[in-house]
Write a protein that binds this ligand. Structure first.
Ligand SMILES: C[S@@+](CC[C@H](N)C(=O)[O-])C[C@H]1O[C@@H](n2cnc3c(N)ncnc32)[C@H](O)[C@@H]1O
Length: 311
C-alpha cells in the first residue's frame, strides 16, 4: 500500500489509526497486518492490499460480485480486457470524457468505489493523468489482486492504492477525499443509507460524489408482487427512494443531475433488477449521472474571525 494512503486508514468503526506490523518496500506496506490499540482488531495486508472484511462479512455480498470468466477467458484476463476497452474505445471516451475531466479537475485524492472487474472509471482517469492519487476499492480479493498486478505491471501509475472494505463501515479518516466516484456501484450496495453517510464523512468539506448509477422508475414498482418487494427491501430498505432524495437526506447538495439514455440496465448490472428477474419480473430502471457536494460548514461561533473575537 502506497505510503501516500497509509495515513488515511483507521480501524473500521473508529478513529484509531492502525499500527502496521510487517514488511515494507520503499516505505510502502507489503505483507503484514494492521492492529488496533488494544490488539483486538487484526486485519491482514496481503501483497500491499489492506483487507478489512471479516470472514462473516464476506458471505454477505451477492454471487455476481465474484470474479468470473468463462471457458475462453479467465477472470484475470477479463480484467485486462475490460481495462483495455475502457482506455481505447472511442465511444467510451465520447461518453465519459467530460465526466472524467471534472473528476480530475478536483485535483485531490480520488476514491473509486467498488471498482469491480470493470475497474469503474479508474482506467480512463489513469489514462488521462498517470500521476493522480487514486485509491481503488473493492470487496472481492481476486479482483483486487488482479487489479494490483495490472497496475504494477504498467509501472507508470505510482500513486495508486488498492483496498478492501465494506462501504457502510469505511476504515478511512474523516475528510480524506476530494472526489469519490461510483460507476454503477452504490445502486448495487446493501445498506445504502449507511454507505451514503460514510461517503459524506470521508469526503473533504466541499468535496464531491460523482455517480453514474441506476434508479427504479416508480411506476414499475406497482407491477411487482409483494414477495419481490420484500426481497428488495431486505437488500436495501430505501430501494423505493430516488437518489436525489437519498443524497439530500444524507446531507449533500445536489449540483448536477441528468438522466442518461446511453446506459440501458441489464439485470446482471443491478442487484435489484436481478432480484426481480429471478422472479420473472422486469424491473424498469433509468440510468442517471449526478454530482453531489459535501457542504463546507463553517462554525461561525468558534471561527477565529467571529464577531466575538474582534476586540
Ligand atoms: C456492479 S458492482 C460495481 C461495478 C464496477 N464499478 C465496475 O466498473 O465493474 C457493485 C459492487 O458493489 C459491491 N457491494 C455491495 N454492497 C457493498 C458494500 N456494503 N460495501 C462495498 N461493496 C459492496 C458488490 O460486491 C459489487 O461488487
Amino acid at each position: 500500500m502506497q505510503a501516500l494512503f497509509q495515513k488515511l486508514f483507521t480501524i473500521p468503526g473508529s478513529d484509531t489509526p492502525p499500527r502496521y506490523q510487517g514488511n515494507k518496500s520503499d516505505g510502502n506496506w507489503t505483507d503484514g497486518k494492521l492492529i488496533g490499540n488494544d490488539d483486538s482488531a487484526n486485519y491482514p495486508v496481503v501483497g500491499g492490499i489492506p483487507l478489512f472484511l471479516g470472514e462473516s462479512e464476506k458471505t454477505d455480498y451477492p454471487k455476481s460480485d465474484s470474479i468470473s470468466g468463462d471457458n475462453n477467458i479467465t477472470g484475470e484476463e477479463l480484467i485486462h480486457s475490460n481495462w483495455k476497452i475502457m482506455r481505447t474505445d472511442p465511444d467510451i471516451d465520447r461518453l465519459y470524457n467530460d465526466w472524467a475531466q471534472t473528476i480530475l479537475d478536483t485535483n485531490g485524492k480520488i476514491l473509486e468505489l467498488t471498482a469491480g472487474q470493470g475497474g469503474g472509471l479508474a482506467p480512463l482517469l489513469l489514462d488521462y493523468d498517470a500521476d493522480i492519487q487514486l485509491l481503488i476499492h473493492g470487496v472481492d480479493f481476486r479482483i483486487l489482486k488482479g487489479l494490483k498486478e495490472l497496475i504494477d505491471s504498467d509501472g507508470n501509475w505510482k500513486s495508486v492504492g488498492i483496498t478492501q472494505f465494506d462501504a457502510s463501515r469505511c476504515p478511512i479518516k474523516s475528510d480524506s477525499f476530494e472526489a469519490i466516484n461510483s460507476f454503477i456501484a452504490i445502486s448495487n450496495m446493501r445498506r445504502t443509507g449507511g454507505v451514503l453517510s460514510e461517503i459524506r464523512r470521508i469526503l473533504r468539506p466541499g468535496g464531491r460524489l460523482f455517480m453514474l448509477d441506476f434508479e427504479i422508475i416508480p411506476d414499475s414498482l406497482e407491477q411487482l408482487p409483494d414477495s419481490v418487494l420484500k426481497k428488495m427491501a431486505e437488500f436495501d430498505p430505501d430501494f423505493d427512494k430516488n437518489y436525489k432524495s437519498r443524497l439530500t437526506e444524507a446531507g449533500f447538495g445536489i449540483e448536477y443531475f441528468s438522466l442518461t439514455e446511453d446506459h440501458p440496465v441489464q439485470p446482471r448490472e443491478n442487484c435489484l433488477a436481478d432480484i426481480a428477474a429471478r422472479h420473472n419480473v422486469q424491473l424498469k430502471m433509468q440510468a442517471f449521472r449526478m454530482e453531489a457536494r459535501k457542504p463546507i460548514n463553517i462554525d461561525f461561533d468558534n471561527h477565529p474571525f467571529s464577531a466575538d473575537s474582534i476586540p
